[in-house]
Design a protein around this ligand. Structure first.
Ligand code: KIV
Ligand code: NA
Length: 275
């Protein structure tokens, strides 16, 4: 299994890190089999798996439940789990108590928290307690209501400077990696060269040390609209629709099941049971 040291080495040697989200046993199993370097149990599960319209309703219990399933599917892949909305913002003590449960009950390798300077104390406290932290800046979906929508971050020089300061502060606080979400490519490239920990981009261009995409986006599975930064590598919507609608039609037409899908019994055994 990879460790945060091997990810540092990958950065040093310019070997890209491939990360994908997973939320359950099959997505984790298929991701591990495909050779992803790192799995993220993202709180995006609120949207792509649970059908909420943001990540805000996601609870610690949700993350534990899905995190455990992912671990069963990908026991040998470095797994990071998101701390959901308001589980790391109230106090250092409650952050540690929530992180303890999430880390211990799932067996993850690291936890991820959204935010800049305002979460550096949490990063330090978790790291001191033995829980590696992945940081996440740029577009931070848990703050969508404060940011006023899902939009590219770091477009003004003031904003860009703030993101660079945050990246350095989060590294200094002990983060093992940094997710950059929806940041212009040149700024992401600059941040990547300014810090020693790996950057993992989503909508942050090709110069990050790694990339992450949401499983259901890259497979187009139950998701109708794709953001500009997503590339669809499959189309499970069409594939699944074809399979399911053919099944429905065959049941109705009596074409399924066929002989090969059916169990038989010796006629003798049923003798006397016929009317
Ligand atoms: O929840 C998630 O899927 C994420 C990634 C987009 C980085 O945080
Ligand atoms: Na997330």
């Amino acid at each position: 299994m990879n460790t945060h040291r091997s990810f540092l080495k990958m950065k040093e040697e310019s070997n890209k890190i491939a990360m994908v989200t997973a939320y359950d046993y099959p997505s984790a199993k298929l991701s591990e089999k495909a050779g992803v370097d790192m799995i993220l149990v993202g709180d995006s599960l609120g949207m792509v798996v649970l059908g909420y319209d943001s990540t805000i309703p996601v609870t610690l219990e949700d993350m534990i439940h899905h995190g455990k399933a992912v671990r069963r599917g990908a026991p040998n892949t470095f797994t990071v789990i998101d701390m959901p909305f308001m589980t790391f913002n109230i106090s250092i003590e409650s952050t540690l108590l929530n992180a303890k449960r999430l880390f211990q009950e799932t067996g993850a390798e690291a936890l991820k928290i959204e935010g800049g300077i305002e979460v550096t104390e949490q990063v330090k406290a978790l790291t001191n307690a033995g829980i590696p932290v992945v940081a996440h800046i740029g577009l931070t979906p848990q703050s969508v209501n404060v940011m006023g929508g899902y939009r590219v971050q770091g477009k003004t020089s003031e904003d860009a400077k703030r993101l660079i300061r945050e990246a350095k502060a989060l590294e200094e606080a002990g983060s093992i990696a940094l997710v950059l979400e929806c940041v212009p490519e040149k700024l992401a490239s600059l941040i990547t060269s300014e810090i020693n920990i790996p950057t993992i981009g989503i909508g942050a261009g090709k110069y990050c040390d790694g990339q992450v995409l949401v499983y259901h986006d890259l497979l187009q599975y139950g998701v109708d609209r794709l953001a500009k930064f997503v590339k669809a590598y499959g189309n499970m919507n069409d594939h699944t629709h074809d399979a399911l609608s053919t099944y429905v039609a065959e049941v109705k037409e009596g074409k399924f099941p066929q002989k090969e899908n059916t169990y038989t019994v010796d006629e003798e055994a049923l003798k006397g049971l016929y009317g």
